[in-house]
Design a protein around this ligand. Structure first.
Ligand code: IMP
Ligand code: MG
Length: 175
C-alpha cells in the first residue's frame, strides 16, 4: 500500500514568504547587537537553516537539545538538557529558535535556564504557535504561524522521528 502523505496545512511557498518577513524584521531589530541564534534540536533545524539565511547581519549559531520526561502527547513538566551549548552566552543577544510552541513547558524551562546565564538579552522566535494548548505562559517575540490544536509534521517536525524532511507543514490523517 502506498503511504498517504500528510495534508498540506502550510505550503512551502507560504513558509518561504513568512521567513523572508521574519528575517527582515529580525535584521532590523538586531542591528548593532551581538546576535547568537540558538536552535532547539531537532525540530527547529530546518527553520533555523532557512531563517539564518534570511537575516542580513553578522551572527553566530549554537544548538541545544532538551527533552521532557515521559512520552506521548502529555508533557510532564520536567525538562532535561540532553546537549548543552558549546560556549557561555554572557555578552550575547540570544534569539532562541523553536519549531513549535505547544504547552510552553519546554520553552518556559529553557528561557529560565538561559536567563540565569546572564546574556545581554533573550528573544524568541517560533515557526508555529498552538495557543490553545498552553500550560506555561511564554512570551514570544516572533511567530511564524498560529495554528489550531492539530498534530502537525514536516519542515523539521516529526511524528515518531518521521516526516522531518517534508518541505511543508502538514496534518497526519490517522493519529
Ligand atoms: P511544549 O513543551 O509542549 O511547548 O512542546 C514543544 C515540543 O513538542 C516541540 O518542540 C515539538 O518537538 C513537540 N510538539 C508539540 N506539538 C507538536 C506537533 O504538532 N507536531 C510535532 N511535534 C510537536
Ligand atoms: Mg519532537
Amino acid at each position: 500500500m502506498v503511504e498517504q502523505l500528510p495534508k498540506v496545512l502550510i505550503s512551502e511557498e507560504e513558509i518561504a514568504g513568512r521567513i523572508a518577513e521574519l528575517g527582515a524584521q529580525i535584521t532590523e531589530d538586531f542591528k548593532g547587537k551581538n546576535l547568537l541564534m540558538v536552535s532547539v534540536l531537532k525540530g527547529s533545524v530546518v527553520f533555523m537553516s532557512d531563517l539564518m539565511r534570511a537575516i542580513n547581519l553578522p551572527l553566530r549559531i549554537d544548538f541545544m537539545s532538551v527533552s521532557s520526561y515521559g512520552s506521548g502527547v502529555k508533557t510532564s513538566g520536567v525538562v532535561k538538557i540532553l546537549q548543552d551549548l558549546d560556549h557561555p552566552i554572557e555578552g550575547y543577544d540570544l534569539l532562541i529558535v523553536e519549531d513549535i510552541l505547544d504547552s510552553g513547558v519546554t520553552l518556559g524551562y529553557l528561557t529560565g535556564i538561559l536567563r540565569s546565564r546572564n546574556p545581554n538579552s533573550i528573544k524568541l522566535v517560533t515557526l508555529l504557535d498552538k495557543p490553545e494548548r498552553r500550560q506555561v505562559e511564554v512570551e514570544t517575540d516572533y511567530v511564524g504561524f498560529t495554528i489550531p490544536d492539530e498534530f502537525v509534521v514536516g519542515y523539521g517536525l516529526d511524528f515518531d522521528e518521521q516526516y522531518r524532511n517534508l518541505p511543508y507543514v502538514g496534518v497526519l490523517n490517522a493519529i
